[in-house]
Design a binder for this molecule. Sequence first.
Ligand code: SAM
Length: 447
Amino acid sequence: MVLPNHFLQHVQHLPGMDLPAFQHAHEQEERIFSVRVNSAKLAHVQHLQTPAKPIPWCPQGWYLSAKPSYTFDPLFHAGAYYVQEASSMFIHHILTQLALPKNSTAVDMCAAPGGKTTLLANYFSEGAVISNEVIKTRNSILVENCTKWGTPNMVATQNDPKHFAALPGLAQVLVVDAPCSGSGLFRKDANAVAEWSENNVALCSGRQQRILADCLPCLQTDGYLIYATCSYSFQENEDIVNWLCSTQNCTSVNIPFPEEWGIVRTQINQAIGYRFYPNQVGGEGFFVAVLQYHGGTLFSGGKATTLANVSATEMHNINASILTTHQTVLKFNEQFLACNTAVASIHAVLVGTLYVKKLGISLGSCKHQQFLPEHDAAVSTLTIQLPSVELSTEQAIGYLQKLNPDLPPCDNGWVRVLYQNIGLGWIKKMNNRYNNYYPVNWRILKQ
Ligand code: SAM
């Protein structure tokens, strides 16, 4: 890839830029493959198909020695890992340095397809992670990825960032991984080079300020804002951080890290930021900054809609048919939802104020005294009562293609299909035949 002159002129004087090495890194064919393991599902990285090397700033992150076939790896569909660019996983290091309690509430404002959200969901395992994506088509991808991740601490919403101002002080952490001009991902998307322009950088910078100003009030006093882009441009990075410090009641937070990681720390006026150049780190272009917000309030609620109570009989039925772990169960449009205590404590204001697309885990519904389980429950990390059957790799791929492979013997009725002990979905077995309940839109299309 040859970088155009107008782009090289734009980036040549950036802090920490070594232009010849940067150009060389863009001329290489070599690609970096990395994944982040779902610590709620997969204890050992040895389950991955290819040998892996640890990513220093995220214990769940692994560089892969070659590109595996994600499509034909049942663990990928089971949400056992997420394919994520290594630089972005630095968010994990930031969270450990901030030493935030595990039961914190985090809002991920620009969340699709879900890379930062799934990292937050593992980190704040006892908290609530509200992941928002305003664009409808991208929101459905976010919901799919949250469903596969399967933890009961996640809520997905589809709102304009300004709607979050109606929930003042809701979050201890706000992640804004803003839409940007995308120069940091040129090595992964050669078409983006032709689309790049200074004009677009200026447009993105204006939009980034609007998004931040709109949603900052949902952060608690002294809460943390993590602002990120995959752009190199000063106007989208340090300029935005300086604007946050000078006009939005924020101060920059320093995040220590070992020098050998190759990340460039920048400090310009009040703005501290962290730059990732592909010629210096094992990852693509990325910028991140951490700020503390001194405006805001403590959370005092918002417009609330309490979901229907689950009766004692219904709870008995749920416990008898599907759920064994202790979770809070709520009822929404005849669906039973399981969520953790942190999500349960704010569900009413979330449903009352935002357009909630997913809340916790959908367990299923009751019809004519029969419990109909939902796909969400099968792929979740909850302990499920219903019988299960373990599949071989070949059987699991056939199941995910919605073919009817030969299955090992199993009980009649609803059976949870497992691969390496991780839920993939449901089948309903009736003597010699069964129905495959894997969601048709998510099936593997390649043969
Ligand atoms: N955080 C995501 C992840 O780690 O997978 C990537 C987010 S991507 C860089 C930025 C997201 O912002 C996109 O999904 C895009 O649809 C969304 N977006 C675009 N315009 C927006 C706006 N005006 N307000 C909020 N989000 C917007």
